[in-house]
Design a protein around this ligand. Sequence first.
Ligand code: NAG
Ligand code: NAG
Ligand code: NAG
Ligand code: NAG
Ligand code: NAG
Length: 523
Amino acid sequence: MAKKVAWLLLLLISVCVPGLQAWALKLPFHPRDVLPLLPRQVSWPILNRLHSAVDILPVFVGAASSPDEFLEWKGACFYKNKAWMVFHNKSGTQFGGGTLHIKVSNAHSWTCMDLYIFATPYRVTWDYYFLAREHTLDIKAWEGKAEYEYVKNHGLSIFLLQAGMLGTLEALWEVFPLFTNTGWGENSNINFLEKHMGASFGVRPQPWVTNISTDDIHSGDFLAVSKIRGRWGAFETLEKWVSGAYAGHTAVCLRDSNGKLWVGESGHENEAGEDIIAVMPWEEWWNFELNKDDSNPHIALLPLHPDVRARFNETAAWEYAVSMIGKPYGYHNMIFSWIDTLTGNYPPPLDANVVACVMTIWSQIQPDYAANMWNEALNKRLGTKGLDLPEVLVEVEKRGSSFDELLTIPEQDDWVYSDGKSASCIAFILEMYKEAGLFDPIASSVQVTEFTIKDAYILNFFENNSSRLPKWCNDGDTVKLPYCQIKGKYRLELPGYNTMPPYSHMNERCPSLPPKYSRPNGC
Ligand SMILES: *[C@@H]1O[C@H](CO)[C@@H](O)[C@H](O)[C@H]1NC(C)=O
Ligand SMILES: *[C@@H]1O[C@H](CO)[C@@H](O)[C@H](O)[C@H]1NC(C)=O
Ligand SMILES: *[C@@H]1O[C@H](CO)[C@@H](O)[C@H](O)[C@H]1NC(C)=O
Ligand SMILES: *[C@@H]1O[C@H](CO)[C@@H](O)[C@H](O)[C@H]1NC(C)=O
Ligand SMILES: *[C@@H]1O[C@H](CO)[C@@H](O)[C@H](O)[C@H]1NC(C)=O
């Protein structure tokens, strides 16, 4: 589950839109001043010619955390700016909210504007200013104790953006009706997936939870999970949209030598709130999904084909699983499984520039957690060490390449990061499959970190004879899926399921564009 990727994208797009107005501007303009008003397709090329890639990155100007300390900086348009933060409790909620005051003055020209992104680890909003006066940004209520304390201690981060990014921000806003009402509701997720991916959500007859007999579950059986409610639901929705997968998370079953059934999962949240790799008894996992997961998870069991199961080396699988327990979720490489091509992976208006912006903002507001999240992976691609993002961009340009191209370089499964090998939810399972022999004899030329969740479930590893599925499989449903949905009100579709034989260098050059996500042969 590349949920952190989606989290990042979400950070950038879950913006509370200020009252956008049509500005009738009169000449004369500086080209940079007009850029925001041009359609994005036009403004990016111009912007890219006016500036080097580094200039496009948002600039961190500071963080406001108190009414008594003024943050002061020079903007691109307004040369004198000041900000301070006032906490309030207008909402009467446990932690109250806050108002950011920003006073802008000394514009270098009367047609210019400054565009800002405001971020905490829990929200991102943006606004732009044409007028020299005091502006406010009101946050009715903090998300909870964590956000309240973050802002008290670290402040609300303020980033100055190239004015040309405005078109991108507005376009992003239009593409994400999901977030317009900050409704994290199930229906907005469903509507979004129906509209932008062409997914259908057929309602299944009861029971929505299958009475499973675990005797029928075996080592290597795959669990596809799709969350559709709440914040995780929204993150997964985004991830599905950019990758074309119809499931947003995965786990895998393993039996030990005593026959006890376990579930291996990368992205399991431990007590400290960190996402790690864990192996837990089936009962614990299933109980969590049934009773404690508030994202309304829809779950399907994808049993391995008997021939494939016969080749599954349980000993090797356990050795791998045990070697990964407690390691962090695969932050380093997850984004690279999605971006393989220069133009075929970004649904508009996302592009490599947006990715660079998100990376910049993220490293500023979560430095401890994420400073290395991208940088290490980017350095590995360049064959360099310790360069930060702006330095990476400079290096890339020096070599006559581009950031877009850098992002498309395939991840190598044997890359080891400072905190160990990195495995997203799906890389963890496929790496286990690889260790267990399922990719033999081409295992050495398959980079499983390049696989999305969809790339995994379309592999032809699974049961294809419906009469061999467990008796309880799709119990009560009128539509007989070729796998076993074991939880969920809506039918979990997996288009392309069980159709693709593995081949060398699979998924290293695949586009992924909605709504069809066409996949050329041999990409
Ligand atoms: C805000 O008001 C509510 C209701 O009066 C109160 O319970 C809460 O403690 C207040 N929070 C803060 C941070 O003052
Ligand atoms: C579940 O199935 C078992 C046998 O497979 C049966 O004994 C049990 O009563 C069933 N439980 C429910 C709630 O239907
Ligand atoms: C299974 O894996 C173990 C550990 O890697 C290895 O020792 C064993 O030979 C493998 N078994 C087969 C049948 O390949
Ligand atoms: C199922 O898969 C096996 C092995 O991959 C193949 O030989 C067989 O023809 C398939 N059967 C059906 C019904 O597709
Ligand atoms: C499917 O499995 C059943 C039961 O094992 C078997 O009788 C049947 O021949 C299989 N069908 C195919 C097409 O392999």
